[in-house]
Design a protein. Structure first.
Lengths: 275, 419
């Protein structure tokens, strides 16, 4: 079943049914943000009424974007983590919320794959800071690492930013204690359904075939090639993809494009070599 | 005595506040930024210019549009690319859409509760369902504009140096025009609601800075002007404004003539109100303000004014675009050239400045990004230092509440400030 169909089915269920297993006791949820643009939180807020419905169906223990009350520090059923641990405080917070929560889900590309800040790892690493600051002493400048290097991650909402509709689809399952798996299907499936002409046919380098779908092919639909923010799909043929792309871009360009959303280290792992 | 707030919620990014007061005198008042450094300027160096708008817009999840636009304009200026008039109009419309949804978020969902003595937006929503609906509707209209033009709301996709990858379809542009009347009515209603809210009385003179243009209320283009007689072209920005980094500080604050200054909605309304559209002008006129207006809490009402302005402008621009050839927004071939370029656009929170230096292959040699929040943090601290003596009588909790409200009224964006 494609994601769209599943979403459609889920939408037709009544709200009470979707959330029925925890009607008596509302699950405790926190949304925390490490260093990031906070765009994934805003993607949630941008759902408007749908987000308010979600907020009312759970007990929102901590979501600093909408409330000014102190976090009580109580146990959580689910914590959503956005951003990347760039500071020591970020790292401590991440470990703390992991201990408090039954389920931890990464919210978006920065948490899951390192995001645009990870570019520094591929450049001058911790020396990149010298281009920005005159005084670098006393500034936290950790190497960028995905949050699963620090804590166990139970589920990933991929994307930069996340697809909020996808969030609404998986969240009830997570709250029921299930660990859903996003179907292994490339961006191309949704792209074709949209009736888009394949960018690769016009020799525009696009990572679509090796990247996990579920984004509604929002980028190629806007004629923006897929640059891989949702990460590699498990069954993608990366070697074949790389050969195809070699006809349209130099190795340097391939490398650069794979760095934007922190895909390069994952590609290297899969290809077993330095790209 | 010390006043310390660990974390200020309901604003973009992470920051706290610390002040020390000695026998009634404020010795220091400081916003403590707790955001990590993503080094966006650093990671852009050595990359191809085409990646710049994509990466730079990720500085901010609320105002990606303006980072995208400003980097594109700086690149175009560096390489001498002249976009079509249609492209510039479409970009301006995109920016107005951005201003609508960012302002609607701040004035209603982030700041309003402070003046109604509510600490949680879910409670605000419960207590003011009618107004909430209006705010959501207005916000959604702004988001819809960005979605129609940009392909999505957060981190839009179609805009690039030279033009757009894809033109919006006319049916969607018509929707912007058709809905504008209804949304304007909602905004005027919400405006009347805000008019009745009593905002704290506070006054401190400062310098207001914004873009300004003859004949229109500037957001996308113009010169940099102030209420103290400054009038310079955008490429003179770095000559006139000083970016300073103190040891261990991650925000490079900015000074003009050795002093703090203010940007954003309150600065723009002060400087450019005579160029507002009738509906917006009437709204601000009915507030009965004395100009220049130096109450920073009024930033919220200035934002409301701009929401009204933005709705009127959006409808007009969309109408003009419907009468033109939309294919002319599609990027034409251009030559990649070595060069330096600067640009400024009015972000929801104030003037956003970009500089870029590009080599002959199109790779970036140097970048500088100066955000609105980096520019206003010193002004905010100076304001608070004057504000604190007036609230010393209050108990600790109340004092803290007042300070949070003050800081939030500025609508700071800490992710932008650090970037």
């Amino acid at each position: 079943m494609t994601l769209k169909k599943v979403i459609k089915e889920e939408k037709t269920k009544k709200k009470s049914e979707t959330f029925k297993n925890f009607q008596n006791k509302k699950p405790k949820v926190a949304i925390v943000s490490l260093t990031s643009c906070e765009g994934c939180q805003f993607a949630l807020l941008d759902l408007g009424q749908k987000f308010l419905d979600f907020s009312e169906s759970v007990e929102m223990v901590d979501f600093r974007l909408i409330e000014d009350e102190e976090d009580t520090g109580e146990k959580l059923d689910l914590v959503l983590v956005e951003g990347n641990p760039v500071t020591k405080e970020n790292e401590t917070l991440l470990k703390k919320v992991r201990k408090r929560s039954k389920i931890l889900a990464a919210l978006g590309n920065c948490a899951a794959m390192g995001g645009v800040p990870e570019i520094k790892n591929y450049q001058e690493g911790r020396n990149t800071i010298k281009h920005v600051y005159k005084y670098i002493q006393g500034i936290n400048n950790l190497e960028i690492k995905e949050i699963d290097n620090f804590v166990k991650v139970d589920f990933v909402f991929p994307g930069c930013p996340i697809n909020a509709e996808e969030f609404l689809f998986y969240i009830p399952r997570l709250l029921r204690g299930e660990t859903p798996v996003i179907p292994d299907s490339p961006v191309c499936v949704e792209c074709r359904k949209k009736g888009n002409r394949c960018l690769l046919l016009d020799k525009i380098p696009c990572f679509g075939p090796m990247i996990l779908g579920g984004c509604d092919a929002v980028c190629p639909t806007a004629k923006m090639p897929c640059q891989g923010c949702r990460g590699l799909r498990p069954a993608g043929n990366i070697k074949a993809m790389r050969t195809t792309l070699q006809k349209m871009m130099t190795d340097e360009e391939f490398e650069n494009m794979s760095e934007i959303y922190g895909l390069r280290d994952d590609l290297e792992d899969k290809l077993g070599e330095t790209i | 005595m010390k006043i310390k707030i660990n974390h200020i919620a309901k604003m973009e990014g992470h920051a706290g506040f610390m002040a020390s007061v000695l026998s009634g005198n404020v010795k220091s008042a400081k916003i403590e930024v707790k955001e990590g450094v993503r080094l966006i300027e650093g990671v852009l160096i050595g990359r191809h210019f085409k990646d710049m708008p994509v990466i730079a817009q990720r500085i901010c999840g609320i105002c990606p549009v303006v980072h995208n636009l400003t980097s594109i304009k700086a690149i175009e200026n560096a390489m001498g690319i002249v976009p079509t008039q249609e492209t510039e109009k479409l970009r301006e419309l995109l920016e107005w859409g951005q201003i609508i949804h960012s302002h609607a978020l701040h004035l209603f969902f982030l700041s309003l509760a402070d003046f109604l003595n509510i600490e949680n937006d879910l409670k605000l929503v419960e207590k003011y369902p009618k107004e909430t609906k209006k705010a959501i509707k207005i916000r959604e209209y702004g988001m819809e504009i960005v979605r129609i033009i940009g392909g999505r709301v957060i981190h839009p996709l179609t805009n690039e140096p030279g033009g757009f990858k894809k033109a919006p379809n006319t049916e969607d542009l018509k929707k912007i025009v058709q809905k504008s009347g209804e949304i304007l009515t909602e905004a005027l209603d919400l405006g009347s609601f805000f008019q009745k809210i009593s905002l704290p009385d506070f006054w401190r003179e400062t310098e207001y800075i914004s873009l300004s243009q003859s004949g229109k209320y500037a957001v996308y283009d113009g010169d940099i002007v102030s209420n103290r007689g400054l009038h310079i072209a955008v490429d003179k920005f770095e000559k006139n404004f000083l970016e300073l980094q103190k040891q261990k500080e991650v925000v490079k604050k900015v000074e003009h003539n050795g002093k703090s200054y203010m940007v954003g909605a309150i600065a723009r309304v002060n400087l450019n109100r005579s160029r507002l559209r009738q509906e917006a002008y009437n709204f601000v006129n009915n507030l009965g303000w004395k100009f220049p207006n130096y109450n920073p809490f009024n930033n919220i009402l200035a934002q409301m004014t701009e929401v009204i302005q933005a709705i009127c402008e959006s409808a007009t621009i969309a109408k003009q675009l419907l009468q033109s050839d939309l294919e002319r927004v599609i990027t034409e071939k251009y030559e990649v050239k070595e060069g330096q370029g600067s640009a400024a656009v009015e972000a929801p929170r104030g003037t956003l400045y970009y500089f870029v230096d590009i080599d002959a292959r199109g790779y970036i040699k140097n970048v500088n990004i100066i955000t609105p929040t980096a520019q206003v943090l010193s002004n905010l601290e100076d304001d608070i230092a004057v504000y604190i003596p007036g609230i010393m009588e209050l108990n600790e909790k109340e004092k803290e509440k007042k300070l949070r409200a003050f800081i939030r009224a500025y609508d700071p964006c800490i992710s932008c400030a650090v970037h």
